[in-house]
Design a protein around this ligand. Structure first.
Ligand code: TXA
Ligand code: MG
Length: 329
């Protein structure tokens, strides 16, 4: 199969809808990462997503809908705080987990009682969802375990020959996946940290829990138990105090005639003048936006990415730290 990359135009949007309705899966832009979309009510199309990605069959998908889509068609909204969250943070990088009405097929929810729903803010994606007027289920558009894609070219690098079309909506502005928030109980609970932070949810709802996943737990968000986000080169993760150890590790690889790169934020980078650097930037937003792009750049030019932990785990840093530990830890 030939995989085309097409910029978002009226024509490419119409072609996308036609492909989706005929049961194909295609690459789509969102404001977080690129997705691999299929119509959520078509079991055969949804199965293709799992095949194309090599995704474990017990890891459910998120249904994406247009901002004017009536969520009551898909799920039961059981708590009033949900309306406040919708008003404050959608369209945007927030995924809500509800009790499902089972309109979206069980191949997408992996037979579970709940459905994760997201209203992306990316303009091109909204246009597509409006034209489609059906729930579009989509995981990130990478091969399972690999780093998530934030450009159309990244999607192509992983899925060339496996899908007919990638809609090119530019580089993702968010850079890490949406926050997954369970809203089936009295107090919302973060299942996957992201750009909508615990503090932001608390501001609107008054309270917010964070799910803790211990080994052996029956996890509520299956995705968090798998290896994830890994670049194709070697990786290591160091704390901010370990500057000397990082320099030693770097030297060790140099002496083996290998190419090490240090990946860290601008502040940390001041300690490594003259070293090969993947600089993630300064603010937490900037670091999130650059993280996957730098990992994917790094895997091409480095034998090892030596990553440095973030200054704390507050706000967006929590989501960044979670990705750093899984990709480089
Ligand atoms: O930003 C995003 O969320 C991107 C873009 C494409 O929208 N999508 C994405 O999908 O990251 P994926 O499949 O890579 O991750 C979905 C996460 C997984 O951790 C999965 O376990 C969780 O959401 N999830 C999906 N449905 C769920 C459900 N019913 N209950 C709990 N967790 C669920
Ligand atoms: Mg993913």
């Amino acid at each position: 199969m030939i995989t085309k990359i097409e910029k978002i135009t009226e024509e490419s949007l119409l072609k996308s809808v036609e492909l989706l309705k005929s049961g194909e899966v295609i690459g789509i832009p969102t404001e977080t990462v690129y997705g691999l979309g299929a119509v959520g009510t078509m079991p055969s199309a949804v199965k293709k997503i799992f095949e194309v990605k090599g995704r474990p069959a017990d890891n459910p998908l998120i249904a994406h809908v247009h901002k004017d889509y009536d969520l009551n068609k898909l799920v039961y909204i059981e708590h009033d705080y949900v309306y406040e969250l919708l008003k404050a943070y959608t369209p945007g990088p927030l995924t809500l987990v509800f009790k499902s009405k089972k309109v979206v097929c069980e191949e997408a929810t992996c037979g579970g009682e709940t459905l994760a729903v997201r209203i992306p803010s990316h303009k091109g994606c909204q246009s597509l969802l409006k034209l489609l007027d059906m729930p579009l289920v989509a995981p990130s558009a990478n091969l399972s375990k690999h780093t998530s894609p934030v450009t159309a070219q990244h999607v192509y690098n992983d899925l060339d020959g496996k899908i007919p079309l990638i809609l090119d909506g530019g580089k993702c502005s968010g850079g890490i996946e949406s926050t997954v928030l369970d809203v089936t109980e009295k107090v919302p609970r973060i299942l996957r940290a992201g750009l909508i932070t615990k503090e932001m949810v608390e501001k609107v709802v008054g309270a917010c829990l964070i799910a803790e996943h211990k080994e052996g737990d029956k996890v509520k968000s299956p995705g968090v138990k798998y290896k994830h986000y890994q670049p194709k080169c070697q990786t290591a993760l160091f704390s901010r105090e370990q500057i000397e150890e990082i320099k030693k590790e770097y030297k060790k690889y140099k002496e083996q005639n290998k190419i090490p790169f240090i990946m860290c934020d601008s502040d940390m980078a001041k300690n490594f003048e003259g070293y090969n650097l993947l600089n993630l930037g300064e603010t937490e937003e900037e670091i999130a936006r650059n993280l996957y792009e730098k990992l994917l750049e790094g895997e091409k030019i480095a034998d090892i990415i030596i990553a440095v932990e973030m200054p704390n785990e507050k706000g967006i840093y929590l989501g960044i730290t979670n990705r750093l530990k899984k990709s480089c830890g």
